[in-house]
Write a protein that binds this ligand. Sequence first.
Ligand SMILES: Cc1cc2nc3c(=O)[nH]c(=O)nc-3n(C[C@H](O)[C@H](O)[C@H](O)COP(=O)(O)OP(=O)(O)OC[C@H]3O[C@@H](n4cnc5c(N)ncnc54)[C@H](O)[C@@H]3O)c2cc1C
Ligand code: SF4
Length: 547
Amino acid sequence: MEYDVVIVGAGPAGLSAAIRLKQLAAEQDFELSVCVLEKGAEVGAHILSGAVIDPIGLDALLPDWREDETCPVKTEVKADHFMVLGPSGSIRLPNIMMPPLMNNHGNYIASLGNVAKWLAEKAEALGVEIYPGFAAAEVLYNDDGSVKGVATGDMGIGKNGEPKDGYMPGMELHGKYTFFAEGVRGSLSKHLINNFKLDADSEPQKFGIGIKEVWEIDPAKHKKGLVQHSFGWPLDMSTGGGSFLYHFDDNLVAVGFVVHLNYSNPYLSPFDEFQRFKTHPSIRPTFEGGKRLSYGARAITEGGYQSVPKLTFPGGVLVGCSAGFVNVPRIKGSHNAMATGMMAAEAAFEAVRDGRANDELAAYQTAYEGSHVKKDLKRVRNVKPLWSRFGTLIGVGLGGIDMWMNNLGIGLPFTLKHKKTDAASLKPAAKCKPIDYPKPDGVISFDKLSSVFLSSTNHEEDQPAHLTLKDPSIPIETNLPTWAEPAQRFCPAGVYEVVTNDDGTNPRFQINAQNCVHCKTCDIKDPSQNINWVVPEGGGGPIYVNM
Ligand SMILES: Cc1cc2nc3c(=O)[nH]c(=O)nc-3n(C[C@H](O)[C@H](O)[C@H](O)COP(=O)(O)OP(=O)(O)OC[C@H]3O[C@@H](n4cnc5c(N)ncnc54)[C@H](O)[C@@H]3O)c2cc1C
Ligand code: SF4
């Protein structure tokens, strides 16, 4: 199938790009075909975010969104609390101490998955073709090495690689330009970054894992518009991360915990840290008498300014979190995802209108260099490296001072490096203490399997593995003796297990691929970089509601 622009991923970046392309085409009365592929069974099914949304992106794309009854962005931030947690107590930092850019007034709380659904309706109304349930599995190249488009995966292939009943071969979608808007650690984006060496001049990308639940709480406890963040307990002072808790819509609370994936203790389990966080005496009362409605997890890009790769290559671009535009201290990336989608759209529209195809959209890179997105990332660029170098107590303090100084135009005159990848940051298990996590109480804290159940995750069982091992011997022969096979703990869905005989002998690595919630953490954190996450059959994975 031939299109002017093919877009992979129906998140804020991909959909904003699609809408902007069609807006420009309508304004200039120019015929332009745009299609969007989405691996989730429906748009929004795989999107997980906070989300406190800075409306700068919506204002630029659809300025009338506030008057639109159907827009799911309704809860304005009314109160902004920042807490430091200790094992049994907490301190609320006065808002006056917080650097102005951390202020959430004027922002909105919403489900980003619902925002994506709404954006998809707007895009379709403008004539964009959206195909949910179709995963882009392969990048297609022209003879000159430029990107020609993508191929969707075959449907109906068995574990043994043979076609089954209902086999449907994948489709080739060719575009004059192909946009990769896959979000964090996109599988095709990873391939393109390597193939075109897009990260040759940038620092390694850094990540966190965010684990989230949506609760319906006792109406008497609901404070619509309250945004609360914390750092400190239950993480130790050398592990970065923190919580978010957002009261929105009708008695809903989005609660989540982010652990920076440069943690060093292989015994750490981000899932269990999150469950433990909810039992803190300052947090637990919010959830008592409430009901947990949904669960999910997703990695988040944290490298920021110094980790943004080159954005263009012949025939295509990276937009949104495929490149990584999250402002880490603000925990916000959706506004920048939308903005970069729009910038790339403007560059592609001009190129197609001028009769060009499959060349490099240099105008997009130029637009980024002069944009508010780059400025947004630049002023917080040293916060994450300071946190990583000096730990929570000193690092967060120094990061805060740097943000204040930047606000006054006198921040650090240099950019600190991230140095290592997250995969390279684990210490050997022999040098670390196992962590004894409390058993879930089934009221406030839960186990992995009952949690994954709430994500409505499903995969066709008889299909080729989508969690591929470059060398199947590594988990047991290298990872287990060196790092106590950390995949058992960093996967928030219980996908990886080391099983043994009853007497503890004969360890085997078991992959419960059907539970995978597509967070991408294993692809990022596996210390041997042996796990390669590739798309499963389209439509598989979680079906998130209100995430
Ligand atoms: C825990 C957490 C909390 C966050 N909190 C906030 C917040 O409060 N405010 C904020 O602004 N930002 C927040 N962010 C960041 C924000 O969610 C991202 O910046 C934003 O979602 C990026 O948008 P995107 O369109 O680039 O990617 P995504 O939103 O991830 O969308 C990508 C889409 O592409 C699809 N896709 C991927 N690969 C393929 C493929 N090969 N074929 C077909 N489809 C594919 C995915 O299924 C997905 O639907 C948070 C992130 C996390 C993880
Ligand atoms: S298998 Fe990997 S991508 Fe899937 S849920 Fe576990 S860590 Fe995330």
